[in-house]
Design a protein around this ligand. Structure first.
Ligand code: AMP
Length: 545
C-alpha cells in the first residue's frame, strides 16, 4: 500500500490540539492510527510523540534555529520583520511557520509519511549546515502551511500539541483494542513508541519482554547539581555507588553464548575478548548492566587512556596486555530465566551479590546511606571524595525501591559529578523563559574572548535568584541590539561565571566548542569584559581531557 498523505496526519494533529478533552483526543488518534498500515504506523506514532526517530536511536537532526528561520523566510517569501512579529504573537516556531507560509502554495508532489521519514533520515545523516539547509528547503517547499507547522515543531523539538506519551500509548491501546499497560511496557522495552504501536497492531505486545541477545534500553540517571539536591529527590535509604568513568555495557549470557552491547544497542563483544571467558564460566543465564574500564591495582585508569582501545573493532594482544578491560557490574535484569525488571533494586542487588564474580569481573562499590539533611550531605561528601580517590568520576545515588526502567531517565538514579571548573564568560544573547519564567529573559547564551572577537560556547538557563533574573531582564531590555522576538542579541557587557562538566568539540556554536551541562554560578559585575576567559583556555580544557 502507498504511504498515506502527511496532510492527513496534520489534520489529526490539529484535531488533537483543538480539544482539551482526553476522550476526544483519544478518539481522533485511535481512529487515525487504527487505519494505518505497517509501514506508516510507526512513523505516525513517533511524530505524535514529537520525535523524528525512535527514542533508542542516537540520531539527531541538528538543525539550528537560524537555519530553520532562514529556510522558513525563503519558503514563505515573508520578511524578517513579519517573522519577529509572528513570534511575539505565538512564541512557537511551528505556529510561526503556519502563519508565515499561509496560503503560499506548496510545490511538487504532496508529502507522504514515508517522505517525511526519509527526509528526516537524510537531514540527520547530512554533514554541515549548508547540506542540511538544502535538504530542509526541499522538504518545506513541498509542505502546506498546516504541514509546515508540524514539521517545524518536530525539527525545533517543540511538539507541544497537548499530547503526552502516556496519552499516545492510551490511544494506541484503544486503536487496536489492547491494554494500556501492555503498550506502555512494550514502548519501554522497545525504546520506540513506533515499534510498540506495531506490536499493538499485530497483537504481539507480549513478545518484547526481555530476550537474550535482544538488548534493551539502559536505565539512565538524572544529574544533580549539588549534594543537597539528593535529599530532595527521594527519602532514605540511598544506595550509593561509585560512578565509574568507562563505557556502559549490557551483558547477555545464555548457554555458551556471551555478548556485550553498547548504549546504542550495538554488539561490541569483540572489543573486549578478555571478558568473555570469565563471563562464560559463570553458570546459568543472565543479563547484566555494567561499565567496562581498566584498573591499575584498585585505581581506575582515566577514561582518556582507556579510550585508545575503543576505536578498534578487534583489539590486538598488545593493547589487551597494556590496558586489560575489567567489567564492573552494578545491576542484574535477568537471572536463570527470571526477568527482574520489576523487582526493586534492593532485590536485584541481592541476586547480583550471589554471582560468582572474579578476575576481571567486579561488583560495583556500593553502600547504603540512611542519613537525612546535613548529615546526608556530609556523608555523600565523604563518599564523593573517596570515589575520586579511587579514580572514579563521582557518585550514583539510587533508590532501593525502584524497578529497572529501560531507556528512562528518572529521579530513581541520580548522578553526582562535581563541576570540573568554572569560566568567566559574557552574555551575548538572551531568550524568554518557559512556564513560570515566560515573562523574564532567563536563558542566556554566552561567549569567551578570541582576540577581539567573542565566540559563543554555551547556553544555560539562569541559576540566579528570581530577583536577579528580574533585574537582569530589565538590563537586557535596555541593552538589546536586535530583537528577534523569542531571542534578543544584547550588548555584551554582562559577565557571569558558569560551571560545567566538560567542554566538547561541537559545531553548535561559532567557537567550535560547546559546554556540557553548563550552569550559571553567579553574576560577576566586578569583572570587566576584556578579562573574561579566552577561547585558548576552552581549547585547553577540551583537548586536555
Ligand atoms: P552519564 O554518562 O554522565 O549520563 O552518566 C550515566 C552513566 O554512568 C551510565 O550510563 C553508566 O555508563 C555510568 N555509570 C558509571 N557507574 C555507574 C553505576 N555505578 N551505576 C550506573 N551507571 C554507572
Amino acid at each position: 500500500m502507498a504511504s498515506r498523505p502527511f496532510a492527513e496526519w496534520a489534520r489529526t494533529a490539529d484535531a488533537v490540539r483543538a480539544t482539551t478533552k482526553k476522550l476526544s483526543k483519544h478518539a481522533a488518534l485511535a481512529g487515525y492510527l487504527g487505519a494505518l498500515d505497517e509501514a506508516d504506523l510507526p512513523i505516525a506514532a513517533r511524530l505524535f510523540a514529537g520525535a523524528p526517530f525512535p527514542r533508542r536511536d542516537e540520531r539527531v537532526l541538528n538543525v539550528g534555529w537560524s537555519a530553520l528561520a532562514d529556510v522558513l523566510l525563503e519558503r514563505s517569501g515573508r520578511s524578517a520583520d513579519d517573522m519577529r512579529a509572528s513570534y511575539q504573537r505565538h512564541a512557537d516556531l511551528g505556529d510561526v511557520a503556519h502563519e508565515l507560509v499561509g496560503a503560499s502554495p506548496a510545490q511538487g508532489d504532496p508529502l507522504t509519511l514515508a517522505d517525511v521519514d526519509a527526509a528526516f533520515a537524510t537531514i540527520a545523516a547530512a554533514r554541515g549546515t549548508s547540506a542540511k539547509r538544502e535538504l530542509l528547503r526541499g522538504l518545506l517547499r513541498r509542505a502546506s502551511a498546516d504541514e509546515a507547522r508540524y514539521l517545524v515543531k518536530v525539527i525545533a523539538g517543540e511538539t507541544r500539541i497537548g499530547l503526552r506519551e502516556g496519552l499516545l500509548e492510551d490511544a494506541i491501546a484503544r486503536a487496536f483494542g489492547r491494554d494500556h499497560d501492555a503498550v506502555s511496557r512494550a514502548n519501554m522495552l522497545c525504546g520506540d513508541i513506533g515499534t510498540a504501536a506495531l506490536h499493538a497492531r499485530r497483537g504481539t505486545l507480549e513478545t518484547p519482554t526481555l530476550r537474550h541477545f535482544a538488548p534493551i534500553g539502559m536505565m539512565l540517571a538524572t544529574p544533580v547539581l549539588d549534594l543537597a539536591e539528593v535529599g530532595r529527590r527521594f527519602p532514605p535509604p540511598y544506595i550509593v555507588e561509585d560512578k565509574y568513568d568507562g563505557v556502559r555495557a549490557q551483558v547477555h549470557k545464555a548457554g555458551d553464548r556471551v555478548e556485550l552491547y553498547s548504549r546504542t544497542l550495538d554488539r561490541v563483544t569483540r572489543r573486549y575478548p578478555e571478558l568473555i571467558e570469565p563471563l562464560r564460566a559463570i553458570p546459568g543465564s543472565f543479563v547484566l548492566d555494567a561499565e567496562v574500564l581498566a584498573f591499575e591495582g584498585d585505581r581506575a585508569v582515566p577514561f582518556t587512556r582507556f579510550q585508545t582501545r575503543l576505536g578498534r573493532k578487534d583489539v590486538t594482544g598488545e593493547l589487551q596486555a597494556r590496558l586489560p578491560a575489567s567489567l564492573v557490574v552494578f545491576d542484574v535484569i535477568e537471572r536463570d530465566g527470571g526477568v527482574l525488571l520489576d523487582a526493586p533494586l534492593e532485590e536485584r542487588m541481592a541476586v547480583l551479590r550471589r554471582l560468582p564474580l572474579g578476575g576481571p569481573l567486579r561488583f560495583t562499590h556500593g553502600r547504603v546511606l540512611e542519613e537525612t539533611g546535613e548529615a546526608l550531605v556530609a556523608a555523600l561528601d565523604a563518599e564523593f571524595t573517596a570515589s575520586r580517590a579511587r579514580g572514579d568520576e563521582g557518585l550514583m545515588v539510587k533508590d532501593p525501591r525502584s524497578p529497572y526502567r529501560p531507556g528512562r531517565r528518572g529521579m530513581e538514579w541520580l548522578k553526582v559529578k562535581r563541576a570540573l571548573r568554572t569560566l568567566d564568560v559574557v552574555v551575548t544573547a538572551v531568550e524568554w523563559g518557559h512556564g513560570k519564567r515566560r515573562d523574564v529573559l532567563s536563558d542566556y547564551t554566552f561567549a569567551v574572548r578570541d582576540g577581539d572577537r567573542l565566540r559563543n560556547v554555551g547556553k544555560a538557563y539562569s541559576g540566579l535568584t528570581d530577583r536577579e533574573i528580574a533585574d537582569m531582564t530589565e538590563h537586557f531590555k535596555d541593552t538589546t541590539i536586535e530583537d528577534f522576538g523569542r531571542m534578543r542579541l544584547v550588548r555584551p557587557d554582562t559577565v557571569i561565571e558558569v560551571a560545567f562538566d566538560q567542554v566538547q568539540r561541537s559545531d553548535r556554536h561559532d567557537s567550535g566548542y560547546a559546554m556540557r551541562f553548563p550552569r550559571i554560578v553567579r553574576l560577576r559585575p566586578d569583572k570587566p569584559v576584556d578579562q573574561i576567559d579566552t577561547l585558548d583556555t576552552v581549547r585547553e580544557i577540551a583537548e586536555g581531557r
